[in-house]
Every structure is written in structure tokens, then in C-alpha cells.
Ligand binder design. Sequence first.
Ligand code: HGY
Ligand code: MN
Ligand code: MN
Length: 416
Amino acid sequence: MTLALSIDRKRLDAELQKLATISDCPEPPPAVTRIVFTPTDLRGRTYLESLYREAGLEVRVDPIGNTFARWVGSEPHLPAIGTGSHTDAIPHAGLYDGTVGVLGGLEAIRALQRSGFQPRRSIELVMFTSEEPTRFGIGCSGSRAMAGAIDSTHLAGLLDDQGETYDNIRKRAGFMGELKDIRLHQDYYHAWVELHIEQGPELERENIDIGIVKAIAAPASLVFTLQGEGGHAGAVLMPVRRDTLCAAAEMISLIEAIAKQSPSPDLVATVGTIQVYPGAVNSIPSRTLFTLDIRDIDATNRDRLIREIFEQSKSIADRRRIELTIATKNSDPPAIAGQFVMDAIADACLQSGYRSKVMISRAYHDSLFMARLAPISMIFIPCRGGFSHRPDEYSSPEQIAKGVDILARTLAKLAG
Ligand code: HGY
Ligand code: MN
Ligand code: MN
């Protein structure tokens, strides 16, 4: 079945640009900041829901704001086909990360509607409540809860950087209901596919239109807390110091060295945040906290390196008479794609004549958890220089339109 599809790239680009103006970033678009459950996040959701309704989709919102916009199929009792992504954005992000999967997913549905296609299985567009770890230190809280990958009590008790709980914040944002009702049953979806910018350089470098994702890396994040002794920067001599920032610096260099020596080339380790107390020019840091984000497609290798980092950090702490605690925020397995979903994407690329390649995703996505509910894959499009999580993140309207075209054809094939 070769569908005659037309993707309205002008309208889609205008919607992406409009969403980008709903931002807390001090800089204007293309820089974007949109943190979960903030008033700005809620304004973004209102805008998106108006678009879902305009397309005639049935909209429901779950107790933490995961939003489902359903195009009911001719056999509505069948497990649906799911697509979607996130619209929360880390501070000073770009405007394409996640939004291409939500607004592009909507345009794919509209293009299928315009073509006269009628799905047998319902097609459901999902906007996950929070994919980024910015506010609560853990990514994909929405899809984790949908997949039963986080215990409701643990979710409710997650704290933001002001020490307020997830549960209080979501209720204050107007999301009510029992957290236990978020979980989707195992045959809710027949298949799941997410459209996303690659957030890496491969597709652009190899001049390829579409990436077909076969696996998503296994992410883990940990918090290192070092407790030493503070004091006057002038009065305390070097031999007696228990300086936590110097200890942290040694541990961070160690982490980099261990990651660089990893036998698996896919292992990446990042210390992205550090807090120093009391944080005064002339005061010895008595307490230092830093976060470690460490990932690999091979979770066994990742976990082995984490154990090595633990051991060597502990001996640094002992030598420096520092108390060290390491808390694991999350440690997730990788996701492996479903072959029939990948085949549907590959068929769509053949239909449209677009060059494609099978690849892994080094970034994690909500699809990592949707893989626990149904067979998944992802459709990647190139992004300039592979940049992401930066205001100069960019995919052209043409590249986005190709991704939307492939998504639409894939959805049609899976829902047909
Ligand atoms: O960090 C990630 O991989 C995702 O972009 N949140
Ligand atoms: Mn991101
Ligand atoms: Mn993303």
C-alpha cells in the first residue's frame, strides 16, 4: 500500500517555533527552558492539547500529566499503536529535542487523516510528563510510571532542588488521581515508535536521512556526597585539611580515566553538576556533592565500571579522611527494539526512497521504558553537527518532514 502523503512542513515548523516561545529561558528562542510542572510547562501543555483537539483526537491526562491523544481506529478494542515523546526542556536547551516527536507525531496523524487512511488499530499520540532529569534527578518519570518501572511511593517522594515532593508539586500543578492508576496494562499497545532528533553526528556525517534504532543505551545516575571539615582558608594548614572539593576533583579525574579505558566504546561517563558548601572564596569546602551519569549499551560493562569507580573513590576518601556516600538514583537496563517495528520503518524508507541505517541510541528516551510494554523502535533524523541540549540544536524543516513522512507510513503499516 503506497500512501499519497503530504506533510505540511510550514505548519509544523510554525508550531515548533510557537512552542519554543513558551519558555523560561532568559535568552529568546531558539534557546528554550521548560521544566516539568512549572507554569510554563502547563502553558505548553494547554497549547498542545488545543492542537490535539483541533485534529479530532480524544484526549486524556493521567495523574502526573502524561497526555494521551487518541485517533480511534475501526477496531478500538485492539491494542493500539503508540507514538510520541516529551516537551520538557533542560535549561538553555534547543527547540527540537522531544518536540519533534510530539508535534511531528501530530502532523503524521494529520497527514494520514488528510490522505483518507483509516486505522484499524487506534493510533495514540503520547506527550510524556517529564523525560528530562532536571527537576527530580531522574529521567523519564512519566514513562517509568506507565511501565511500572518506578514504585508509586518512590515516585511520590522524589524531591526537587527546593526539597518539595513530586506528589505535592504535581497536585499543585493540577494533576490529581491515584499514582497507581498510571500503569498501563501489558497489551495496551501493540507497538510503539518514537520520532526524535539523533542527538549525535552519525546521520549527518554519513548523509543519511533516517536512523532506525535497534537499541537504546542503559543509563545510570548516581549522587556522590563527600563530608570533610571546613575552616578558614588562611588559618588551616595543608597537612591537616579534609577538603571535600579536592577529594571530589581527584574522584572526577578518576571517573574520566576509567571511562576512557573502558573496553566498550559505548561507555560514557559525565559529571554534570557539583555543589560546594559553604561555597565561599576563603572557606575550605566541608561538603561537596556531584552527580555521575554513566551509560553503555552493555549494562554488564557499565555495572563493572561502576563497581571499580566505587572501590577507587572509597580509597581516595579513606586516604583523605573524608566520609563518602554514593546513592544510586537510577540504574536501568538497555532497550532492544522489536524486529517487526524496525521492519515497518525500513519498508517506509523504501516506499519514500529515503536512505536509512540501523543504529543505536546513546541518549535515553521514553521509548526505553515503553519497551517494557510493547515492541518498540525509534526513527532518528539528522541534527546539525550532532548538537543537542544547546540552543544551536537544529534539524531543517525538510529533514523533519522526512521523519514525519516515515513515521506516518510506519504508523499506517502497524495500525493498518
Ligand atoms: O539524557 C538523555 O539521554 C536524554 O536526552 N534526557
Ligand atoms: Mn534531552
Ligand atoms: Mn529527548
